[in-house]
Structure formats: structure tokens, C-alpha cells
Design a protein around this ligand. Structure first.
Ligand code: GBH
Length: 516
């Protein structure tokens, strides 16, 4: 292509790289993430008390015989093995329970400032409530936290990444009337044991994803088939429980521990399919009804669910002949209680969607039919081995700006971002994904004045990708899951990240030529 043509192309479709600021601002933090069930293994470990003890000793040392309790993912992989693409499980996973020091070394070698990991509720409280405390579990997380701090890596801790203790599931699970009590008690155990060293907390990871455990008999536990009802009930209960953990911290821990608490919300970034008013409005509805569902009650000035959501679900419920809206109501007390319960915005971003308006046609109520939208992928996008994940780095800037604009320029921490493949060591596409997502993140900072605290790569190591088992990989480090030693090998993306963090600048050779 001749130079003038290239110039015209740049003017028509995007900005040129030359004008772009690709240097990270001072204080910007880099981190990487995992979640307990996806990496730890040791699913039923009983620590030092594996040997049979005399009965009188067992009765005295309840915590000693407890070990890790079963949780809802343990139950599902063991009772419904067909749910997992390769019929595997997280029983051993990356064996991080035994190899955490190696993981910390990997984080250190790349140069990460923080490690986002989750605590397995059932490892600490085998029954979910505080009747039994598993000392081995407390020790494990203390060791991990201390190892991180010794290497100058800050712990960022998720309290709940989808692994509800089975005993609590049996007592009504996330929608049970006592769930908020159990979660507040669990949070208290965490603040008490780890809050002297953990300064960044996330209560729940992606409630907008795990509510799908209440939309079908599919493979998200507890697999209750109640779309448009159960998902709304779970969300309602989670928002209250989140706020209780936050308020507890305020009341009893904040003045001494001085930490930050938030929730990790995930969102696909929606762009209208056409510039018709209908599609533009549909896109806004899509954003409000997926991300706003959780963000509006916590971060907006007025609190509560987004107006468009309340109105749509109420109207549909009426049309269905129901006596009340399928979307539960908070009432004034809870609206005020939940509003303002976050010190920053935790945001998981992976991919974008093209959104268009569709008339209400669906035969069965669901939160999707409540939106009257259709989301799809642009045929021009490169899609990863995960069908929901397309290469759309522009969405990073779009989403950051949307959040910042809607929620009063609240500081945002990208709590997850990543690319799926089948485990290649030369993962050029993953490196390119990160570099260009970070480029758009910097655009959001420099061009849109968004406050972004840092970025978290999902994930530091390959891990158990839920229903996809080990068939989809997100790691900066490869793991051979057939080898009992679970050897870790750095991929190209780990080297690219290491250089990027060291230089605090994006590498030219991985940047897309034209910014779209
Ligand atoms: C995150 O979710 C999770 O927090 C993390 O545990 C996980 O390993 C990682 O991403 C990679 O998946 O019904 O086929 O459309 C990311 C967002 C939203 C992706 C729900 C999968 C369902 C796929 N997820 N989505 S589908």
C-alpha cells in the first residue's frame, strides 16, 4: 500500500500509534489472578490429622479432624462428571495448595505488584458456619500471604469465587434466609485472621455469572431451573450480603486495618449494531441490566436497581399474570444500606458484544427476555477457543469510560482480563491481547480521564476452567496436568509482561498497527 493510502486509512478508521501515550502512569499496579477451586487442589485434605485418632481426642480437637469441607463444585464434578468437557475435576488442579511458593516465585519473576487469589470458604469453615474452624486452612492462607509479602507482592483477596460450602447449600444456599448471616460471620473470620496483612478485599467474584446456577439444570451448581426468577433472587441476596461484609468492616475493623473493600463485577462491553435509536437504547438497556444490576445499587447516587430494569421486569411480570415483579424490591432501608458499600470498582473485562433491539418474542421469561435485546459477535472479530471471548481490545476503553461516567469517576481496578487458547507456549495471541487491552486502558486514562488503579491478568497459571476442564487455558505459565508434579513453564506472554512491567511501557511490536 502506498503511503498516502495508508494515511487515509488511518484517518478513516483510527488514530495512529505515533500519537498514543503508551507509558504507564506512576503508581499504576500490575497483578495476576487465580481462584481457589481452579488452582488449589487438595480438595479433601485433612492436614495433620489424617491418621485415625482415638475418639476422645477427636471430640476435643474438632478443628483438627475437620479438614476441608465439600463445596458445591466438589459435589457437582463428583456426581455429574459429564458436566466437565474432559471429565476432569479440580481435585488436584494446579496443586497450588502444595506448590504456592512456586506460584509466588512466578509472580515475582514477572514482576507483579499484587496477587489476586480467592479463599476457599469450605477450607476455612468446612461446614460454612463457624461451628468448626479448620486450622490447616487458616495456616495455608497465612503461609501464602506471608510468602507474598516477603516478596513484596500485595495480596488482593476474593472471599467468594463460586465455591459455596455444600452444607450451606443444603441450608438454602445463596437464597436461603440465613445466607447473609453466614457470609458476615465468614467475613469476620477472614478480617480477624488475615486483615492485619490483607488490605484489598473483594467480597464476591462475578455475581452476574454465578447467578446462572439458578437459570437451568445445566452445569453451574446448584443447577436450579428458574430463569428470570432465581437469578434475580440470588443477586438480591448477594448484594445484601456484600453490604453486610462491608458494613462489618466499617464498624469493627476499618479504623485499625485500613483496607479497601469492593466486589468484582464482570461485563461484556456492548456496542450498538446499527446507529438506530432502537439499537442504541437496547445497548444501554443491556449494560444497565447486566452490569448496572449490581453496580447501580452500590455505586450510583440514588442506589437501588437501574430504573429501566425495575420498569421492564415489573411490566413483564404483570403481563405474565404475576401478582408481583420477578425482580425483588429492596425497600428504603436496604437501598440506603447497600449504597456506597465499595472503596473502588472491581471490574472483570474480557470481551465485547454487538447489541440490537429485538421485540419481546421469547416464550419463557428470563432476564434476557426482560431486556428485549440480542447480543452477538461481529463476524470480523477473532474468536478464541472460548466461544464467548473475542479479540475486542477497544471494549476495554469503552467499558472503563462507561463505568467512570455512570458512577461518578469512581477509581477502577481491572480485576480480571485474559485470553483463552489450548495451552501453547508461544502464545503470541495472548501477548497481543494483553498489550492492546492495556493500550486501550491507557487511552481511557489519558484521553477519557478515567481513574484506573491497575490491571489484573487472568491468570498467572493454567488452571481448571470450570465446565471446560483443562481444555481451555488462560495462564501466563503452562501447566502439564498429566504430570503429577504439575510443572510450570513460562509462556511468551509471561516474558512480554515481564518486559512491559519493567519498562512501564507497551512493546511496539505487539501493538496493532491501526487503533480501531
Ligand atoms: C471469569 O469469568 C472467571 O472469574 C474465572 O473464574 C474464569 O476462569 C475466567 O473468567 C475465564 O473464563 O454461557 O458460554 O456464554 C469470565 C466471564 C462469564 C465467561 C460467563 C463465561 C459464560 C459463557 N464469564 N461466561 S457462555
Amino acid at each position: 500500500m502506498r503511503a498516502p493510502q495508508l494515511l487515509l486509512l488511518l484517518l478513516a478508521f483510527g488514530r495512529s500509534q505515533a500519537a498514543r501515550n503508551t507509558t504507564f502512569p506512576e503508581g499504576f499496579l500490575f497483578g495476576a489472578a487465580t481462584a481457589a477451586y481452579q488452582v488449589e487442589g487438595a480438595w479433601n485434605t485433612s492436614g495433620q490429622c489424617l491418621q485415625p485418632l482415638p475418639l476422645w481426642l477427636m471430640l476435643q480437637y474438632r478443628e483438627c479432624i475437620a479438614g476441608k469441607g465439600e463445596h458445591i463444585w466438589d459435589r457437582m464434578v463428583h456426581t455429574r462428571p459429564n458436566c466437565i468437557a474432559d471429565r476432569t475435576s479440580g481435585d488436584v488442579a494446579a496443586d497450588s495448595y502444595h506448590k504456592y511458593k512456586e506460584d509466588v516465585k512466578l509472580l515475582k519473576d514477572v514482576g507483579f505488584n499484587f496477587y489476586r487469589f480467592s479463599i476457599s470458604w469450605a477450607r476455612i469453615l468446612p461446614k460454612g458456619d463457624v461451628s468448626v474452624i479448620n486450622k490447616d486452612g487458616i495456616d495455608y492462607y497465612n503461609n501464602l500471604i506471608n510468602e507474598l509479602l516477603a516478596n513484596n507482592i500485595q495480596p488482593v483477596v476474593t472471599m467468594y469465587h463460586w465455591d459455596l460450602p455444600q452444607h450451606l447449600q443444603d441450608l438454602g444456599g445463596l437464597v436461603g434466609s440465613a445466607f447473609g448471616d453466614y457470609f458476615e460471620d465468614y467475613a469476620r473470620v477472614l478480617y480477624t485472621n488475615f486483615g492485619d496483612r490483607v488490605k484489598w478485599w473483594l467480597t464476591f467474584n462475578e455475581p452476574g455469572t454465578f447467578v446462572d446456577g439458578y437459570t437451568s439444570h445445566g452445569c453451574v451448581p446448584p443447577a436450579v431451573d428458574a430463569p428470570g426468577v432465581g437469578d434475580y433472587l440470588v443477586a438480591h441476596s448477594i448484594l445484601k450480603a456484600h453490604a453486610r461484609a462491608y458494613r462489618l468492616y466499617d464498624r469493627e475493623f476499618r479504623s485499625e486495618q485500613k483496607g479497601n473493600i469492593s466486589i468484582a463485577l464482570s461485563a461484556g462491553y456492548g456496542t450498538p449494531k446499527t446507529n438506530s435509536n432502537a439499537d442504541i437504547e437496547a445497548t444501554e438497556t443491556f449494560m444497565q441490566h447486566s452490569l448496572g444490576w449490581f453496580a447501580h445499587p452500590i455505586y450510583s447516587q440514588e442506589g437501588d436497581y437501574p430504573a429501566v430494569m425495575k420498569e421492564r421486569v415489573a411490566n413483564n411480570s404483570k403481563a405474565e399474570g404475576l401478582f408481583r415483579s420477578r425482580l425483588p424490591e429492596f425497600g428504603e432501608y436496604w437501598v440506603n444500606y447497600i449504597r456506597g458499600t465499595a472503596d473502588f470498582f472491581g471490574l472483570n473485562y474480557y470481551s465485547s458484544w454487538v447489541v440490537s433491539h429485538v421485540g419481546s418474542s421469547l416464550d419463557r421469561a428470563s432476564r434476557w427476555s426482560d431486556m428485549d435485546v440480542m447480543s452477538s459477535q461481529d463476524p470480523g472479530w477473532t474468536v478464541s477457543v472460548a466461544t464467548w471471548l473475542a479479540y475486542t481490545p477497544f471494549g476495554m476503553r469503552g467499558l472503563l469510560s462507561w463505568v467512570s461516567k455512570n458512577y461518578n469517576n469512581t477509581p477502577i481496578l481491572i480485576t480480571e482480563n485474559g485470553w483463552a487458547d489450548t495451552g501453547e507456549i508461544n502464545d503470541t495471541m495472548r501477548a497481543k491481547y494483553y498489550v492492546n487491552n492495556l493500550a486501550h486502558l491507557l487511552d481511557a486514562i489519558y484521553l477519557d480521564n478515567v481513574t484506573v488503579l491497575g490491571h489484573t491478568a487472568w491468570s498467572i497459571i493454567d488452571n481448571f476452567e470450570w465446565a471446560q476442564g483443562y481444555t481451555q487455558r488462560f495462564g501466563l505459565h503452562h501447566i502439564d496436568f498429566n504430570d503429577p508434579q504439575r510443572p510450570r513453564t513460562p509462556k511468551e506472554s509471561a516474558r512480554v509482561f515481564a518486559a512491559l512491567i519493567k519498562n512501564r511501557k507497551l512493546p511496539e511490536n505487539y501493538l496493532d498497527k491501526v487503533i480501531e
